[in-house]
Design a protein around this ligand. Structure first.
Ligand code: G6P
Length: 588
């Protein structure tokens, strides 16, 4: 994890690196730091906390060469000392990834006399660079990466040469080109407004960047040619549009996300259907919120196309020696397309001969490079760490994918139904008043989200969202399983939020309400089923518009997301950047 950026050229390295770090902050915000070459000396500035904490330290710093880092801690607590860049002698380095063999390397370097100051795995890279340096930083980097096990995107500068040396393996890294200046960064948004053309480096690549030239090398240190592509990052990522938080702004963009995703789907439908013809089994995978969307995908393909399907978190799937073959399709769901577990799961599926479909909000990512077909989620940039509109966009894409596999007529019906959903979501967002329920949840010792079938998938997401941003504990649980475990946790201090959008299963979920009430627990109901509201008229009830049962998750999702948002606001949490989390988890 972490975000990194580098600049070399005739312009202001300090301004560029700082601006890039602000745009990369979604990748981690435990600490931020930068190293600049000024008057032949490397100077390092770093600070625990948000990127803005770095700002005062950079006052008056002038440089034309610099590298920066925003951290999501893996090895070593968040602190000034553990912040990147790390340096050894006249060399400084920033690292995104994990060095798995760092302990052995560190022991060897210490026995050679190296002095370590941090608890990070990354500091070994600085010492290895110094040890391997023989007048050429790029060559030193090549010798160094040969010794590393794990994942890395690296940028190094030194006092002896005016260049940035970079390398990548399993962590993203791009190059950007300007006039008399060049850039390197973790992703395209970091170079928004700076570089219209980019190159995505491949695993094992290195590059040597000066103000006037960029040389790329393959894993054998042979000169390599890589494609130059337009930078597709869009500017929309930076404004709050009058909302107090990105989460609220993005939640309000849900109708647009669903509408744009359905429109974009038309462009890939034929390719997708042809790639999936003859598939006898589907495996859906993803992490976090994307996994919860994947659960809906599994349900859609089973119901619409009657094809067997499984769903597993990518972190489990990739290590279970899965049974896959040419007649299996693996549908990998990821907002960023960069989540390490999801990318590895998709790579494994491909290597075993399965078809790989990426459902992603990122036009160009590790996942899109691996996939046979990319089904776009057109949610637009999502800044808040907690996913909102990308989740609903993913559900829309999965709904249409399953419908398309089920046949032309089925697809046309579903396309018609989903075209009416954005208006229903807008109506839901306008009508919801979550204030009192948010206060109840915020003061509960635990909040349990219960549901059956698709409502269970939304219950998992509701619970995750609440935990992520409000830190109120709880879990999402199948309503039928309540009596086999979670019921033991119910008391007067807990709240259960029961989601009921399936008429057929309504009565069954109502049983769960009774069971919680009879143990003294508080209950709230989210429903669009006639009769449920009337039966529990004395309970706090959130009423959703009536809607096709397979599209109800889109409405229930905005309800639980808004509830989590309001509860976090009641508790005064830092909603867009919850503690210990990051938006894109590029490490295991
Ligand atoms: C992180 C984020 C979650 C997100 C998950 C998967 O854990 O905090 O909000 O759902 O990664 O991210 P992806 O980009 O693969 O959808």
């Amino acid at each position: 994890m972490c975000g990194i950026i580098g600049y070399i050229g005739g312009g202001d390295a300090v301004k560029t690196v700082y601006g890039g770090l602000k745009r990369l902050e979604y990748r981690g915000y435990d600490s931020a730091g930068a190293a600049f070459l000024t008057d032949g000396k490397i100077r390092v500035y770093k600070k625990q906390g948000r990127v803005e904490k770095l700002y005062p330290l950079l006052d008056g710093v002038r440089s034309r060469i610099g590298i920066g880092h925003t951290r999501w801690a893996t090895h070593g607590v968040p602190s000034d000392t553990n912040a990147h860049p790390h340096r050894a002698g006249g060399i400084a380095v920033v690292h995104n990834g994990i060095i798995e063999n760092y302990a052995a390397l560190k022991a060897e370097l210490i026995s050679d006399g190296a002095k370590f100051v941090s608890d990070t795995d990354s500091e070994v890279i600085a010492h290895l660079l110094l040890k391997n340096y023989n007048g050429d930083l790029t060559e030193a980097l090549f010798k160094t990466v040969k010794l590393l096990k794990g994942s890395y995107a690296l940028m190094a500068i030194c006092e002896y040469e005016e260049k940035i040396a970079v390398a990548r393996y399993k962590s993203p890294l791009i190059l950007g080109y300007g006039n008399g200046e060049n850039f390197c960064a973790s992703d395209e948004p970091a170079l928004y407004g700076l570089s219209e053309k980019i190159t995505v480096l491949e695993d094992g690549d290195l590059a040597e960047i000066t103000a006037k030239s960029v040389k790329i090398f393959d894993k054998n240190f042979k000169r390599a040619e890589r494609e130059t592509e337009p930078n597709l990052a869009v500017s929309a990522s930076l404004g709050l549009d009058g909302c107090p938080h990105y989460m609220l702004k993005e939640l309000r963009e849900t109708p647009l996300s669903v509408e744009a995703t359905a429109r974009a789907f038309k462009g890939v439908k034929d390719k997708l259907v042809s790639a999936l013809s003859g598939v006898k089994r589907f495996v859906f995978t993803g992490c976090g919120t994307a996994y919860h969307a994947a659960l809906c995908g599994k349900r859609y393909i089973e119901s619409f196309a009657r094809i067997p399907a499984e769903c597993e978190t990518a972190g489990e799937f990739r290590y279970k020696n899965p049974v896959l073959g040419e007649d299996t399709a693996v549908i990998a769901v990821s907002q960023s397309g960069e989540t390490a577990d999801t990318v590895e799961a998709a790579g494994l599926a491909r290597s075993l001969g399965a078809k790989v479909v990426a459902i992603t909000n990122s036009h160009r990512s590790q996942l899109t490079r691996l996939a046979d077909v990319v089904v776009p989620v057109a949610a637009g940039p999502e800044i808040c760490v907690a996913a909102t509109k990308s989740y609903t966009g993913q559900i829309a894409a999965l709904y249409l994918l399953a419908a398309a596999v089920a046949g032309e007529k089925f697809y046309n019906d579903c396309a018609e139904k989903i075209s009416k959903t954005p208006a229903l979501i807008s109506a839901t967002l306008e009508s919801l008043d979550m204030r009192s329920l948010a206060h109840i949840c915020a003061s509960s010792s635990g909040v349990y989200f219960l549901g059956r079938d698709l409502d269970y998938a939304v219950a998992l997401e509701g619970s995750l969202k609440l935990k992520e941003i409000s830190y109120v504990p709880g879990e999402g649980y199948p309503a039928g399983e309540l009596k086999h475990g979670t019921l033991a946790l119910i008391d007067v201090n807990t709240t259960s939020v029961v989601i009921i959008t399936d008429k057929v299963l309504a009565e069954k979920s109502e049983n769960a309400i009774e069971q919680v009430l009879s143990r003294g627990g508080k209950v709230a109901v989210i429903t669009n089923v006639n009769g449920v509201r009337e039966r529990f008229s004395d309970l706090p009830t959130v009423v959703l518009p009536e809607c096709d049962k397979y599209l109800s998750p889109l409405l229930a999702a905005v309800a639980v997301q808004l509830l989590a948002y309001k509860a976090a606001a009641v508790l005064g949490r830092e909603i867009d950047k919850p503690r210990n989390l990051a938006k894109s988890v590029t490490v295991e």
